[in-house]
Design a protein around this ligand. Structure first.
Ligand SMILES: [Fe+2]
Length: 282
């Protein structure tokens, strides 16, 4: 059940409206990293999360706050777009917002493209969704940072600073929710990856590039159990695809499976991934 309170989560003040900046701000209203996308992504992930009712609450807390952010950024945009209602020259410069939308906010990004559900990352696998959400907050944070760079209006900067800050708050909460699942590092889903192959870093881009780029042997090739493997083309042994057996056991699911479940959750033994593991074990 939703209830609307007639009060913005953060007070919005705009000195001099700037239609051009208002259009840029639409990125955070109807764009891929915007507040509606965040609200819908977390809320629908939460509705689907019947296997961990604690983290379902987290997803719904943050999804609901994002809807409040949508209202805040919407108010800010509306104030900046005000001249579209009163100044012919401004209105004529943007027929999409002024003629179609009457100078109000629209579910479009800064280039005028309509919002789409394709922006949402909802996998139904809690740890994967949490990783998507951490990345979503990071993207939104840099978008706000860039927007702040394009205005001198103190009221707008103040509001954007608030919204930008909350992205880091949510990132912290999602990261803590992932960490407290106590899954092994790089354990994703139910099936374990193939041993040997999983630790091979293929040096697939070699030679020298036109922009001074070299074949770098960075720490990322040899951390987290990885080791570099040179490609056949360069006289290396390539990936061990011929030498490994493709079937491994189950991943460590951590605390996720031990969490309280909704009455609508499917019994664990009936889940497709679990059935497949049992077939393999038999
Ligand atoms: Fe937000």
């Amino acid at each position: 059940m939703y209830h609307h309170v007639k009060k913005l989560m953060y007070t919005v003040n705009v000195g001099t409206p700037d239609v051009r900046f208002g259009r840029m701000l639409l990125e955070q209203f109807g764009g891929p990293n915007g507040e509606l996308a965040a609200a819908m992504q977390y809320t629908i992930q939460g509705w689907n999360c019947v296997d961990d009712l604690g983290r379902r609450d987290l997803l719904l807390d943050i999804g609901t706050e994002e809807l409040s952010h949508l209202e805040v950024v919407g108010a800010l945009i509306r104030m900046h777009l005000k001249p579209l209602k009163t100044e012919a020259e401004a209105a004529e410069a943007d027929p999409l917002l002024s003629i179609v939308g009457g100078g109000g906010v629209a579910l479009r990004n800064s280039a005028g493209n309509p919002w789409t559900a394709d922006y949402l990352k909802i996998t139904g696998e809690l740890d994967v969704d949490l990783r998507s959400n951490i990345a979503a907050e990071a993207r939104a944070k840099v978008v706000y940072e860039r927007l702040i760079d394009h205005t001198e209006d103190p009221g707008s900067i103040d509001t954007l600073q608030f919204l930008m800050t909350r992205e880091i708050t949510h990132m912290k909460a999602f990261a803590a929710a992932l960490e407290t699942l106590e899954k092994k590092p790089f354990s994703v889903g139910r099936l374990a990856p193939t041993p040997v192959l999983v630790d091979e870093y293929l040096n697939a881009s070699t030679g020298e590039g036109n922009e001074g780029d070299a074949d770098t042997h960075g720490p990322w090739m040899a951390m987290n159990n990885l080791h570099p493997v040179e490609p056949h083309r360069d006289g290396g042994k390539g990936l061990s695809v011929e030498r490994v057996k493709g079937i491994a056991g189950a991943e460590d699911r951590g605390k996720q499976d031990a969490a309280p479940k909704a009455t609508t959750a499917a019994p664990t033994e009936e889940l497709i991934g679990v059935r497949r593991l049992k077939r393999k074990a038999a």
